[in-house]
Each structure stands twice: as structure tokens, then as C-alpha cells.
Design a protein around this ligand. Structure first.
Ligand SMILES: [Ca+2]
Length: 194
């Protein structure tokens, strides 16, 4: 990404006003974001699947990395207007030693079957549990992390198709199928702050 591109991507503010490592486009249609943070209870996608009653929520193609703790699998009820797919989940501390796929638990659940009534593939049918292979990432808030993707990242070309009218200033930079996360492979991250 070049700094001259439209600034529709925003870095949010975390505790004490420190810029949080959350790169997102739209809270109601969270797509192509990168969110490294601690697991919040057992909420799916660190809370992106919360507060859905009476709302329309879409969670596609986000990278959600927990510094510690496994990805949450507490979803909203299947009759809410909620869809989630193509997200990549990881745990920096607990992921490497975990045997299996936590999303498999979801796909074997009754909730997954019920989700297909409103979203035909089923929630997270194309989701991944894998190390996203950022250029540089440590679970230390002082670290200068770099969330671009390395060539070996499983996030490359692993996302789902996003409606073309959704804002995405990097759409033209994403070759082939959609990449997961805020920064498509090959794009330079923008500079924020000092
Ligand atoms: Ca791609």
C-alpha cells in the first residue's frame, strides 16, 4: 500500500489512546482487518460476533491473532443476521502446540448446520486456523510489528469473495483470489504516527 491511497483504512485507539494494532474498514462489515489481541472470554473473533441482536453483521477475511488463549467459538444465535467466513484465526502462544482444528468443532456443531439457513456455506466454512506468517510479530505491546504477509502465508488467496460495493482501497492490489487480512501480499503497509 502506498501512502497516497485513500485513508479509508483506520488504525483504532486502544487503552490510554495508544494506537491499537487493529486495522479495519467498517465495524458493521468487518472485512479485511488484522486484529492481534488477547482472547476475550470465548467470543468468536475477539468479539466481532457480538452485539448482533437487531443488527446486520458481516465478518469476512479478517486475521484474528490472540496473543494467548485459543480462538473463541461463542457465536450469536443462528437466527441473527450474522455471517462470518474466510477469517484466519491463530494463537501466538497456544497455536503451535495445539493439535487439531478448533474450527472443526464449529463445523460439526448443530449451530453450524443452523447457520446455513441464512448463509449457505455455513459460518467459517472457509475459515482457517493457522499461523498467518506476518513479516514481523511479537506478542509484546512495545514491539514494532509488521502485518504484511510473508510469501508462505496461508492467508494469501484464502479469503472469500467480498461484495464489490464494499469499500476496499486495496482491492486492485490483491492479485487472484482475495487475501485474508488488512494488507494483501506484496503491499507495503502505510505509516501511522511518528
Ligand atoms: Ca490474492
Amino acid at each position: 500500500m502506498h501512502q497516497s491511497q485513500p485513508a479509508r483504512l483506520a488504525a483504532g485507539l486502544g487503552p490510554r489512546g495508544r494506537p491499537a494494532d487493529i486495522l479495519a474498514l467498517d465495524p458493521a462489515r468487518s472485512h479485511r482487518s488484522t486484529r492481534p489481541q488477547k482472547a476475550i472470554r470465548n467470543y468468536f473473533a475477539a468479539g466481532l460476533g457480538g452485539h448482533t441482536a437487531g443488527t446486520r453483521r458481516r465478518v469476512f477475511n479478517n486475521i484474528i491473532v490472540h496473543v494467548e488463549g485459543m480462538p473463541g467459538l461463542h457465536f450469536p444465535p443462528a437466527d441473527h443476521d450474522f455471517q462470518a467466513d474466510g477469517n484466519l484465526h491463530w494463537s501466538l502462544k497456544d497455536g503451535p502446540s495445539y493439535k487439531g482444528d478448533p474450527l472443526g468443532e464449529l463445523r460439526r456443531s448443530k449451530l453450524f448446520g443452523a447457520s446455513r439457513d441464512r448463509y449457505a456455506p455455513g459460518w467459517e466454512a472457509g475459515g482457517l486456523f493457522a499461523d498467518p506468517k506476518f513479516v514481523r510479530f511479537r506478542g509484546d505491546w512495545k514491539a514494532q510489528n509488521a502485518y504484511a504477509l510473508r510469501k508462505a502465508s496461508p492467508a494469501i488467496d484464502a479469503g472469500v469473495a467480498i461484495p464489490p460495493d464494499w469499500p476496499d482501497p486495496l482491492r486492485a492490489n490483491d492479485r487472484g483470489r482475495p487475501d485474508i487480512g488488512a494488507i494483501p501480499f506484496g503491499c507495503e503497509p502505510w505509516k501511522v504516527g511518528r
